[in-house]
Ligand binder design. Structure first.
Ligand code: IPE
Ligand code: IPE
Ligand code: MG
Length: 241
């Protein structure tokens, strides 16, 4: 079954919109933050499943540029969870060969969290078994706008000839510039929207919207989604060979 999908057509890069933590908690009569903690505990299992599934890059959406609209209690709880998560998981991530990167605009995050993010990136920078990218204060439009601003600055400084600017040029200014485009984007919790995630990079991604709430997303569910992906026919605007 799922593990046989370690085939040549396994997705190299899987991106996940980890949605449904709040509803998962509320359906159990618990506060939303209880769901966020349960969701964070799922991440390790999913990362560890990647090598057997043939997945080299995993990108997870942890906090969007729109999530600041939530209550102060929820936002503060999430920020505290991110600090705790990084502190607690750093050693295991390093030992398991996981290279961690963060994408998103760090400027609005508190300094302690920014420092922890920088340290985790440095601690794991020589790892190559799985590349885990965590999107934190990330929004696809914000990313393209920030990239465009830096590109415009380089044009104004005479470093880039505007006549040469194409899609590849812009992609080099994105937070994801070192990552391949995602092959598969999974969203949990039954919502069928992308909520500003990897807008540019997902131009040809396959999408899978599943009803499972993120805290229930197990390695087995992950394997089944990957197995389904492996049966798909990607044409990129061409015709089947
Ligand atoms: C996803 O779960 C986690 C974050 C957005 C931080 P939600 O918190 O969106 O959970 P629901 O969608 O309200 O159930
Ligand atoms: C998307 O989920 C963001 C993350 C999973 C971090 P949301 O729950 O914020 O998305 P909407 O509001 O339902 O579109
Ligand atoms: Mg949600």
């Amino acid at each position: 079954m799922a593990l046989d999908s370690h085939a040549k057509n396994a997705p190299e890069h899987v991106a996940i919109i980890m949605d449904g933590n709040g509803r998962w908690a509320q359906s159990r009569g618990k506060p939303r933050l209880f769901g966020h903690h349960a969701g964070a505990r799922r991440v390790r299992e999913v990362v560890e499943a990647c090598p057997d599934l043939g997945v080299k890059y995993l990108t997870i959406f942890a906090f969007s540029t729109e999530n600041w609209k939530r209550t102060q209690v929820e936002v503060a709880g999430l920020m505290s969870l991110f600090r705790r998560y990084i502190t607690k998981e750093a050693r295991a991530l390093k030992d398991e060969g996981v290279r961690v990167r963060f994408i998103g605009d760090r400027v609005r995050l508190d300094h302690k969290l920014q420092t922890l993010m920088d340290e985790l990136e440095q601690l794991t920078e020589h790892n190559d078994r799985v590349h885990l990218t965590i999107a934190l204060n990330y929004g696809g439009r914000d990313e393209v706008a920030r990239a465009t601003k830096r590109l415009a600055q380089d044009v104004a400084a005479g470093k880039v000839d505007p006549e040469t600017v194409d899609g590849e040029t812009l992609a080099r200014y994105l937070d994801t510039h070192v990552l391949p485009d995602p092959d598969l984007v999974i969203r949990t919790s039954g919502e069928a929207r992308i909520s500003n995630f990897l807008l540019w990079q997902s131009a040809y991604a396959e999408y899978e919207f599943i009803d499972t709430m993120w805290p229930d997303f197990s390695a087995e569910v992950f394997g089944n989604v990957i197995a389904g992906y492996c049966k798909r026919d990607r044409r990129y605007g061409g015709v089947r060979a």
